[in-house]
Design a protein around this ligand. Structure first.
Ligand code: 13P
Ligand code: SF4
Length: 361
């Protein structure tokens, strides 16, 4: 994927100049542009978002804001692709820096999933339904659309799993093994009814009997950021701060989610903190930008990260104010830099899978 290079001059501007010019561009473009921002975006970027949200809310917004000619997506590639698929035909979607990918989404690709699907079909016939996490490429969403499956996000994974198990006996969940496992357990599935599918091994590294027995087949993929939180860190925190509440994203490992008090999407994390009483204490297991912002916005509450040395999501961080300004200034001349377009055939089936999700919830 080739990202159009941003002219150097944008990096020579001060933060003050960048902010002023972005505000001016927004005024000039007015209703022609809508800026969508994910909760993990930098503070200096998210302040310019017309709407903020988790990946579910942002997909709903992309589907419902047909007035604007342009959608500037401050998030990562799979989110901008979904916006392109769900938005009206005349709308153009830009991701200011195409290097804003997602490490987890890159852990599954269509060839490997099709190979897995073939092997599952050989062993289990048509008893499996595919569900892809929103954090996946459009062709994987299309694969689910074509094979009676759906998309889910961290805010609706349980409802989508319920829907899927009402249709078929087995579920293939990709690419996040942790969200799949955590949701499966929340739904009452035993760990011994789940298997892990390693895409680089024949039968995912499983025997035919294990595949036949399994209810939930979990693709071996993960978020390298959320995966780093550990149960030990939680134990230590609880010892040091006995009345602390642990709030994590379900992309964290099973053992971490089990030790937490609450888990949910970025929107759930935000809402929980907003509604928490003054004086309450929270250790949060998610990306640092969101944790830091929550701590700043709620000085009446004690808020920390489960791991204060945690690194941020480097791909989310690619979207910065120079890229945002460059994108907006080009839009004023009807030039769309780093446009996201999904091929019509893929977009059709991906929209089917996304549409099922939007209907389920
Ligand atoms: P949310 O859907 O909870 O916003 O999560 C997206 C994501 O990428 C988390 O790492
Ligand atoms: Fe992907 Fe993890 Fe970054 Fe979310 S935090 S966008 S899952 S790499």
């Amino acid at each position: 994927m080739y990202s159009q290079p941003i002219p150097d001059k944008y990096y020579k501007l001060t933060q003050y100049e960048l902010d002023e010019r972005i505000a001016l561009m927004k005024e000039e473009l007015a209703d022609r542009v809508v800026i969508l921002g994910h909760h993990y975006q930098r503070d200096e970027v998210i302040q310019f978002a017309d709407y903020r949200g988790d990946s579910f809310k942002l997909s709903q917004l992309a589907a419902s804001r047909s007035g604007a000619d342009y959608i500037v997506f401050c998030g990562v590639h799979f989110m901008a692709e979904s916006a392109d698929i769900l938005s009206a035909d005349h709308q153009k979607v830009s991701l200011p820096d195409l290097n804003a990918g997602c490490h987890m989404a890159d852990m599954a690709d269509l060839d490997l999933v099709e190979e897995c699907w073939e092997q599952l079909t050989d062993v289990c016939g048509d008893s499996t339904i595919p569900i892809t996490y929103m954090n996946s490429a459009a062709d994987l969403k299309a694969f689910c659309g074509e094979n009676e499956g759906a998309v889910c996000t961290s805010s609706n994974a349980l409802a989508v799993m319920d829907w899927a198990f009402a249709k078929k006996d087995k579920l293939l969940f990709f690419p996040d093994e942790h969200l799949g496992r955590n949701t499966g357990v929340a739904r009452g599935i035993n760990l011994n009814e789940m298997i892990l599918w390693n895409p680089s091994e024949d039968m995912g590294g499983n025997t035919e009997e294990a595949v036949e027995r399994a209810k939930l087949i979990l693709w071996q993929g993960n978020c390298p950021i959320h995966q780093l939180f550990t149960p030990k860190q939680i134990d230590r925190l609880r010892q040091e701060v006995p009345d602390v509440k642990i709030l994590v994203h379900p992309e964290c490992r099973y053992e971490v989610v089990q030790k937490s008090d609450l888990n949910g999407s970025t929107a759930f994390i935000l809402k929980t903190i907003e509604e928490a009483p003054a004086g309450s204490k929270w250790a949060i297991g998610t990306e640092m930008h969101l944790v830091n912002r929550l701590a700043q916005e709620h000085p009446d509450k004690w808020i920390t990260s489960i791991d204060p040395n945690m690194c941020l999501c480097t791909t989310m961080n690619r979207i910065d104010t120079p890229h945002l300004l460059w994108t907006l200034e080009n839009l004023l001349d009807d030039e769309v830099v780093n446009q996201i377009t999904v091929e019509p055939e893929i977009a059709h089936w991906a929209k089917v899978a996304l549409g099922r999700m939007l209907e389920i919830v």
